[in-house]
Design a protein around this ligand. Structure first.
Ligand code: KG4
Ligand code: ZN
Length: 339
């Protein structure tokens, strides 16, 4: 089989990333320049600063990705880029860059959906994983339970009606003074805590068994902290982190189990930044084991934003014939399955 080489570019939030991926699963380079230390100063991503940093770094990141892969732009078969969803300014930097390269080098341009990228991260280290399967996508901006019917074909079973799972981690981390990004910090604090110490709600969304809601849980955490303050009591951050994390993990696992049963899933995968959380992984792994369903997850570096996942998704779009025009634009609220 001939080799299809894709340059993937990702800049939808606070990571400037480029990667060279061969045939969708063979990652030859995966360069990520994170802006996290910069945004930590402000307690979250500042879009204007993010856009400026992407502009400063993107050329260098792409050059490094090509160098590490020992290839040049001329070797590429296509340029794949995230065009949504995400922050409009940051997305535009990647889209403009990809268009310029594709135009100058006369290469096909393939716009990629960021969530399709997260899902496709699972293909990279799992050569046996092929659709159909179920995937739980949990990131800072999204919480989706998805049926992957085929490459590029998705049915969304449920989504969050308010905060995303990662967003809840970030907000709780801020409330207990752990800083941004909250997920890894809450996970670390939770290791020292008792997950059964504080009773937090496991929210159900009326009338739709696969939707998620995390704003009630977030409020319950804030109320608990305020209540303790008013009584002059200290909050045990470790117990709070562990109890909060367990509440999120329980709901995610419960929905996963339900979907596995209803759709007779033959494989289950998780994706997105929160998928690097060990408590979530262990819980979903156990649930899958109980059902006899193989469980897949990317390595942590492929869970959070990266361009290897865009190269993987871009490959399957490319071989399916997807091509974007020179009018490709950033679409901040792009829906999965739409083009
Ligand atoms: O996928 P991602 O890098 O960006 C988006 O597309 O949103 O996800 C970032 C999110 C942040 O909310 C971060 O707090 C969360 O993923 N996250 C985690 C962990 N690592 C990152 N949440 C829980 N546990 C973790 N270990
Ligand atoms: Zn993401």
């Amino acid at each position: 089989m001939s080799e299809v080489k894709i340059l993937g570019i990702e800049s939808s939030c606070d990571e400037t990333a480029a990667a060279v991926v061969v045939n969708g699963r063979d990652v030859r380079s995966n360069i990520i320049s994170t802006q996290i230390p910069l945004h930590t100063l402000y307690g979250g991503v500042v879009p204007e600063i993010a856009s400026r940093k992407h502009i400063e770094r993107i050329n260098q990141v792409i050059a490094e990705a090509l160098k590490e892969a020992n290839m040049t732009l001329d070797d590429m078969d296509a340029i794949a880029v995230t065009y949504g969803p995400g922050l409009v300014g940051p997305l535009l930097v990647g889209v403009a860059e990809a268009k310029a390269i594709a135009f100058a080098k006369n290469k096909p341009l393939v716009g990629v959906h960021h969530i399709e990228g997260h899902i496709s991260a699972n293909y990279i280290e799992n050569p046996d994983l092929k659709p159909p399967f179920l995937c739980l996508v949990v990131s800072g901006g999204h919480t989706h339970l998805v049926r992957v019917l085929d490459y590029g074909k998705y049915e969304i079973l449920g989504r969050t009606v308010d905060d995303a799972a990662g967003e809840a981690f970030d907000k709780v981390a801020r409330a207990i003074g752990l800083g941004y990004p909250g997920g890894p910090k809450v996970e670390k604090a939770a290791l020292e805590g008792d997950a059964n110490a504080i009773k937090f709600p496991r929210a159900k969304v009326n009338g739709s068994e696969y939707d998620f809601s995390f704003s009630g849980l977030k409020s319950a955490v804030l109320n608990y902290i305020n209540g303790a303050k008013m009584k002059g009591e200290d909050v045990n951050s470790a117990d709070l982190a562990a109890s909060f994390q367990k509440a999120v993990v329980d709901v995610l696992t419960d929905h996963a189990l339900h979907a596995i049963d209803e759709y007779g899933a033959t494989a289950f995968a998780i994706a997105g930044g929160v998928a690097s959380n060990s408590a979530l992984r262990e819980s979903v792994r156990k649930a899958c084991e109980k059902k006899g369903v193989p469980f897949y997850h990317p390595s942590p570096i492929l869970c959070t934003d990266n361009a290897a996942m865009i190269g993987a998704a871009g490959y399957y779009e490319y071989i399916a014939g997807t091509r974007s025009g020179w009018d490709l634009n950033a679409v901040p609220n792009l829906k999965l399955g739409e083009r």
